[in-house]
Design a protein around this ligand. Structure first.
Ligand code: NAD
Length: 386
């Protein structure tokens, strides 16, 4: 049985991946710096919502899966997978050093026989840089880049059902990575390393652009006093080519924005569509606030409820959510903001929020909010309250 150590293993990518491998009989160690997440996993609890993960955790935790903060576990692994975060800096440039520093941190515990897999979304050429690090240390390297493409919250189902892109810096590493992923994925697609790095970034940038065009059309039409969704529905009605046309909505989260910015940096800031998408998507919160202001004449001293803090519906993840930008914008307008999210116990219950508020903005359409019929002025760019 192959021993797999996942570094950054208690995060949103690490847990579904670890469980997916454990479910197929691998021995899995989730190595993480977060003692809190490690303790939760070892007591069979998840640090965040993940469909289908609870059953697998119950079944495998303490048997062929455990979590730890002890770096020594790297020594025993046959396969080492890196899934730590890959942020951009305040200038929207990739923080490559953060990726390399994590690899450097674990190099003393690694050995030349291990298959090393980079699974985080990385800036093009990072794999080659890591390859050089390994060669400097061991004289050789067995390195693969196999990007994660799951939809957050539905990771387990997607790992088992989506094709896996696999690339490597040597034939040997490619063969081993292909063999490994064919145990959990229905199909393995091989690319050269740089192609794979770009395939991941381009997948996310493309989705970010899809949301941007919907948001641009939404703002364009609503500004004219038109009903965007009347036009949207007509465009899609029995028209096959428009079926995938996204709805308007806050396009945020830990991946789409930063990956579009990484691609922009890679193209030497010539990725004009990506930059424009950023302006459109990041401008939607301001637009929503100004729509409410128009309806209410002024927001000054008004109580405004914001429903939904997470970056996507029916999920508890608030990382990089644009709801926070709405709150800031409302505060600039001197409104009193009442924040409610069904997944955040520290916020007020939404029914109370609606009772107290003079106006409301729908930040995220969690299923609990779909049947609300607001009796106060509201803004809902998802069209669930109309
Ligand atoms: N979240 C997604 O759905 C998703 C999907 C595809 C790709 N990705 C990519 O995967 C990568 C990870 O994203 P994520 O959402 O899992 O992030 P995350 O923040 O949820 O998880 C990262 C984990 O790494 C741990 N960590 C940080 N530094 C560490 C270190 N030095 N040693 C050990 N552990 C460390 C953190 O404690 C955390 O548990 C990013 O590159 C992201 O772009 C994410």
């Amino acid at each position: 049985m192959n021993k797999i150590c996942i570094i950054g293993g208690c995060g949103h990518v690490g847990i579904p991946l670890g469980l997916a491998f454990a479910g197929k009989g691998f021995e899995v160690v989730l190595l993480d710096i977060s003692q809190k997440s490690v303790d939760l996993i070892n007591s069979k609890k998840l640090p965040f919502l993940e469909e289908g993960a609870e059953e697998l955790l119950e079944k495998h935790s303490g048997k062929n899966l455990f979590a730890t903060t002890d770096c020594n576990v790297v020594k025993d692994a046959e396969i080492v997978v890196f899934v730590t975060g890959t942020p951009v800096d305040e200038h929207h440039n990739p923080k490559i050093k953060e990726v390399l520093n994590v690899v450097k941190q674990y190099l003393p515990y690694m050995n030349e026989n291990q298959l090393v897999i980079l699974r985080s979304t990385i800036y093009p050429n990072c794999t080659e840089i890591v390859d050089n690090l390994l060669k400097e240390k061991f004289g050789k390297s067995k390195l693969a880049f196999c990007p994660e493409r799951i939809l957050q919250g539905r990771g387990i189902e997607e790992i088992y059902n989506l094709p896996q892109i696999v690339s490597a810096t040597s034939e040997g590493a490619l063969l081993e990575a292909k063999k490994l992923f064919s145990k959990i994925a229905p199909k393995v697609i091989c690319l050269d390393v740089k192609e794979a790095e770009l395939a991941k970034l381009m997948t996310n940038a493309w989705r970010y652009l899809e949301f941007a065009i919907a948001n641009q059309f939404y703002m364009m039409t609503e500004k004219e006093g038109l009903d965007f969704y009347k036009i949207y529905n007509a465009m899609r009605d029995d028209y096959p080519r428009a079926q995938h046309f996204a709805r308007a909505g806050l396009a945020a989260g830990p991946c789409l924005f930063k990956d579009t910015m990484q691609l922009s940096a890679f193209s030497k800031n010539q990725f004009f569509l990506g930059q424009s998408a950023m302006l459109v998507n990041e401008g939607l919160p301001n637009f929503l606030v100004s729509c409410l202001e128009q309806k209410m004449k002024t927001l000054k001293n008004k109580k405004i409820a914001l429903l939904g803090l997470s970056f996507k519906p029916d999920n508890d993840d608030t990382r990089e959510s644009l709801s926070f930008k709405i709150i800031k914008e409302l505060e600039f307008k001197l409104a009193h903001v009442i924040v409610s999210d069904v997944y955040d116990k520290n916020t007020i219950d939404y029914k109370t929020a609606l009772k107290e508020a003079d106006g409301v903005i729908l930040g995220v359409p969690h299923k609990e909010y779909l049947s609300i019929k607001p009796e106060i002025p509201f803004v809902d760019c998802y069209n669930v309250w109309r």
